[in-house]
Ligand binder design. Sequence first.
Ligand code: ADP
Length: 286
Amino acid sequence: MLQITNLSKTYPNGVQALKNVSLNISNGMFGLLGPNGAGKSSLMRTIATLQDADSGTIQFGDINVTTQKEELRKVLGYLPQEFGVYPKVSAEEMLHYIARLKGIGNDKERKELVKALLEQVNLYQHRTKYLGGYSGGMKQRFGIAQALIGNPKLIIVDEPTAGLDPAERLRFNNLLSEIGENIIVILSTHIVDDVSELCNDMAIIANGQVVQKGHPEALVTQLQHQVWTKKVKKEEVAQYQGEYKVILSKLSAGAVVIYVTSENDPGIGFEAHKTTLEDIYFANIS
Ligand code: ADP
């Protein structure tokens, strides 16, 4: 169990990135969903011991993350948002190098591990290619392979599918869900579908604060029968925003569809909409 309690962080420039964040996270895939600038990376970096919070605590099992950074690092796999690779090194060489750094000195053991990891992330056939020639999806799968070295108990992946094409994203998400069965995987993302497809527990973070947390399906029931849509003209949107609680407006074949929350039928032209996690997300960040 990872217990985050009352975590706050203000950067030297005065931006308060985390405000009293508290979360309890247990085994499985946990989705941390929020818009750009919400504080996701700040939270991920703090859990990964790369920066300190101003106040609050993080406890992972027996490990006090603030005071026992080295202990946490031994059980952590981390795929940062900006994952740079050495362009003129092959995936196989790089994994050997990282495995040696992580203390796997025995040649035979390391060889077997690197082979198993390359197979797991489906890069075995590309193992001798330079990382510089990898596609976005291949780089991310390589990133997961390196994060898995050392049998981590906690894996943090920060916005991993941003920039991947749909097929690459699907492949990457399938890989993540296989990994997430026996350990904690925290997936930070602004892509709602990644969370609804993969995560059994989640939180929505906005302006440095946790605004919702729980099982995705349970969150969806909060607004059941309370979301309504209407096709309107572009120039009418502002007027509707004044009169209704518009959580989202989407382009649809040249027109605009507005999404409104209301306990009662808002009236002529509105249609009942089956609530989705996307509605919950926009209702909480707008
Ligand atoms: P997210 O990952 O959700 O996009 P971040 O944690 O990166 O959010 O950023 C949260 C806020 O903190 C933003 O306003 C961002 O500009 C600011 N921020 C992030 N890192 C730093 C930093 N090192 N110094 C100053 N401000 C920062």
